[in-house]
Design a protein around this ligand. Structure first.
Ligand code: HEM
Length: 305
């Protein structure tokens, strides 16, 4: 068995097996929209979707759980956004991001260990606290990332009022070959807004799905700004658990306007693979980034089987 298969099995042990669904981010809403890059983006990268011409996008907002019946109103229900940019010359490039400011683990082995530590005990139906404590004791970076991330997992009023972070470092490559490294974030133009406790208690299981549909079927839009935080000397480009402490220059690369809900396209599986890049964007040597594509492929094969 490959490490990716072990990882997807471990995810399934936490969330259950739900045939036809993604192993995680099982429940989601597929949308269409457009992205327009800023002149600064074109200056920093020669990528086709960053030259300023409006490009078409397929977007999927999701609940991060692997259980399609998980509640959006759970106090720790994480979300996700996948963005596929359809390139002017054909083909596409992807991004997939989460509300967490830092990832919980540094590599695929730790992801497996962390996921196994979260597996519910068959007798109690809950994870064994001793197992999780033991994992966290050996991985202080996991405790720190969770502590920083918890407030961001709280239910937002809309998918359009949540922030989403790319977590890994990526490089932008300019026309002259110059490289600029940073981490990207989707920032809601309306601001980040969370449900109050009474609103959360009153919210239905699928309220985020309903909200985005109602918003986009009416006059509403979801607008998210793409910001790129530039790495300073000494910032890790390979450890997604490392906080880049202190002030950093932030360059706005563009804005996404989500305009309508669409059916999941029938012409092949919709996958947001963070390593599906295009000329003008470089992947860092972050081992978590490298581990994602093969794990996504296992999930895709199984959901299509
Ligand atoms: C080793 C680490 C990770 C593993 C093993 C993993 C695994 C997976 C799997 C199996 C899927 C379902 C793929 C599919 O069936 O299409 C998925 C979806 C997703 N992941 Fe990850 N993931 C990891 C890290 C991350 C990170 C760091 C981020 C964000 C920065 C992220 C964001 C997402 C999002 C947004 C989706 C949903 C995409 C969609 O709507 O189709 N994941 N992940």
């Amino acid at each position: 068995m490959t490490l990716s298969e072990e990882i997807v099995d471990a995810i399934n042990a936490v969330n259950g097996v739900h045939p036809g669904f993604r192993a995680v981010h099982a429940k989601g809403t597929v949308c269409e929209g457009t992205f327009t890059a800023t002149p600064e983006a074109a200056r920093l990268s020669r990528a086709a979707h960053l030259q300023g011409e409006e490009v078409r996008c397929t977007v999927r907002f999701s609940n991060a759980s692997g259980n399609p019946k998980a509640s959006d109103a759970h106090p720790l229900a994480s979300r996700g956004i996948g963005v596929k940019f359809h390139l002017p010359g054909g083909g596409a490039t992807d991004m997939a991001a989460l509300p967490l400011p830092l990832f919980m683990v540094r590599n695929a082995d730790d992801f497996l260990g962390f996921t196994r530590a979260r597996t519910p005990d068959p007798e109690t139906g809950r994870p064994d606290p001793d197992r999780m404590m033991a994992f966290v004791a050996d991985h202080p970076e996991t405790a720190a990332a969770i502590q920083l991330g918890l407030p961001k997992l709280a239910p937002t009023t809309s998918y359009a009022t949540s922030g989403y972070n790319g977590l890994h470092a990526f490089g932008l490559v300019a026309a002259d070959g110059g490289e600029t490294w940073g981490r990207y974030s989707w920032v809601p133009v309306e601001g980040e807004h969370y449900l109050s406790d009474p609103e959360r208690e009153a919210a239905g299981r699928d309220y985020l799905q309903h909200e985005i549909r109602e918003r986009l079927e009416g006059d509403g839009e979801a607008r998210l700004r793409l910001d790129f935080k530039l790495a300073a000397d000494g910032d890790s480009l390979t450890d997604p658990t490392e906080e880049w402490q202190g002030e950093r220059e932030i360059v706005t690369l563009g804005e996404l306007t989500v305009t309508g809900v669409i059916e999941e396209p029938a012409d092949g599986p919709l996958v947001f693979d963070p390593n599906n890049l295009t000329d003008g964007i470089l992947a860092s040597a972050d081992p978590v980034l490298a581990a994602r594509s093969p794990a996504y492929s296992v999930s895709v094969e199984r959901r299509l089987a």
